[in-house]
Design a protein around this ligand. Structure first.
Ligand code: PLP
Length: 423
């Protein structure tokens, strides 16, 4: 495949093109096709943006109808019928049934812009500067959000000091015997711990970029209780793990917590269109009019596609049930792959259709498998501090046959990628 144009003209900053070096042309559901007509099964899903598949036909129809009738495409944050329909549908299908009365703030279209806004409003509301973020967390790469992103590789590109953030250990960071909530509780309770009382705690219920680290329901509940005890707004970053990825609409639902602020993006539009949302408890909605503005807030095409996605998949529990079933199926198959390599020390972790396979003693493993799988016709990404986790993120609507074919490609790639076991 000829990549000359990209290599000659596109910035060195390009990344996924290096992992998946071909020119993609069309896509449908869980399959992409490149310019040579080669098909690839998608276990990457735009890094969690395509939960409902590529070019989902129902969502596409809604968009085409809207464009055909000259519906408003760009409207800054003016009122449009598309926006009202989205707000009402989101309220009726997502917020109200889950006991949330949060306000909706539409930010610029990236996840980073949403986390940026969430951090700003928490600081505005509390008058405090410090924020607690967690080891291996990822919240975006604009300066405010980057300060809460843990990876040195990203932080080193900032060019300025990244301040006003204290990193706390995520669950399991020091192994199973260290209670990281207890550590944080001790620091917050001690007026001489050196930790400034924070404006917010920002957390992912499952760390996607950080390596599919899953927080237990108990850990999340204790974190939420600790935040409430100290009147610290809890920001739950559901940009990657939300919109049904773990089965429930929100990744924190199964823990029974209600965060003060929730950020959503990626699969929110349902179609891969740029679209982000901050959900705020009404008392935290302290913005002055225009206090966090931007030209591309509230993408009207995304309102249409997001509303179609909600109406199609979230009027009943059908999709949730299917995600949990397919997640179990994926786990079973991957457990069988692990069992076939008893000396490999492979580990599986995750929830729903967000699973990670890691070879703890072999940081190069996931990268080798990803490359080999790509040759075999599968897109699968790596994550984790050293890229040591193979990240399974198929579209939620993938059919069983395609899911299992993808796992077979991974199994074959693993076969050729395991380093011979030491005696
Ligand atoms: N937060 C989480 C949990 C993410 O996974 C990401 C992106 O991967 C972001 C924030 C940043 O989103 P964006 O890349 O759209 O800025």
């Amino acid at each position: 495949m000829n990549l000359d144009t990209f290599e000659q003209w596109e910035s060195e900053v390009r990344s996924y093109i290096r992992s998946f070096p071909t020119v993609f042309d069309t896509a449908r559901g869980a399959t992409l096709v490149d310019e040579d007509g080669k098909q690839f099964i998608d276990f990457f899903a735009g890094a969690g943006t395509l939960n409902y598949g590529h070019n989902n036909p129902i969502i596409k129809r809604a968009l085409l109808d809207y464009i055909e009738r000259d519906g408003i495409v760009h409207g800054l944050d003016m009122a449009t019928s598309a926006k009202r329909e989205f707000i009402e549908t989101f309220r009726d299908l997502i917020l109200t049934p889950r006991g949330l009365n949060h306000r909706l703030q539409f930010t610029g279209p990236t996840g980073a812009n949403a986390t940026e806004a969430a951090l700003k409003v928490a600081r505005l509301a509390t008058g405090r500067a410090n924020v607690i973020a967690f080891t291996h967390g990822y919240h975006g790469l604009s300066l405010g959000s980057l300060a809460t992103t843990a990876a040195r590789s990203y932080r080193s590109a900032a060019g300025v000091a990244l301040g006003n953030v204290t990193f706390a250990p995520y669950e399991g960071y020091f192994g199973p015997s260290v209670d990281t909530i207890e550590l944080l509780a001790t620091q917050l309770a001690d007026p001489s711990s050196g930790m400034d009382l924070p404006a917010a705690i920002i957390v992912e219920a499952i760390q996607g970029e950080g390596g599919i680290n899953v927080a237990s329901a108990e850990w999340l509940q204790r974190l939420a209780a600790l935040a409430a005890e100290h009147e610290i707004p809890l920001i739950l970053d559901d940009i990657q793990a939300g919109c049904g990825r773990t089965g429930a609409y929100f990744s924190f639902e199964d823990a029974g917590i209600i965060p003060d602020i929730v950020v959503l993006s990626k699969s929110l539009s349902g179609f891969g269109l740029p679209f982000s949302l901050v959900l705020l408890r009404p008392e935290l909605d302290v913005w002055e009019p225009g206090g966090h503005t931007g030209t591309f807030r509230g993408n009207n095409l995304a309102f249409i596609s997001a509303t179609a996605a909600l109406n199609t998949y979230w009027r009943d529990s059908g999709l949730s049930t299917e995600v949990r079933r397919k997640g179990d199926l994926l786990r079973q198959r991957l457990q069988a792959v692990i069992a076939a390599h008893p000396n490999s020390q492979l580990e599986l972790r995750g929830r729903g259709l967000m699973q990670g396979l890691v070879a703890p003693d072999d940081p190069g493993f996931a990268g080798r498998v990803s490359r080999e799988a790509f040759s075999g016709g599968l897109l699968i990404e790596t994550s984790g501090a050293n890229g040591e986790v193979l990240k399974f993120l198929p579209p939620l609507v993938i059919d069983d046959e395609t899911l299992l074919t993808g796992v077979e490609i991974v199994a074959a790639a693993i076969q050729g990628s395991l380093v011979p076991v030491r005696a």
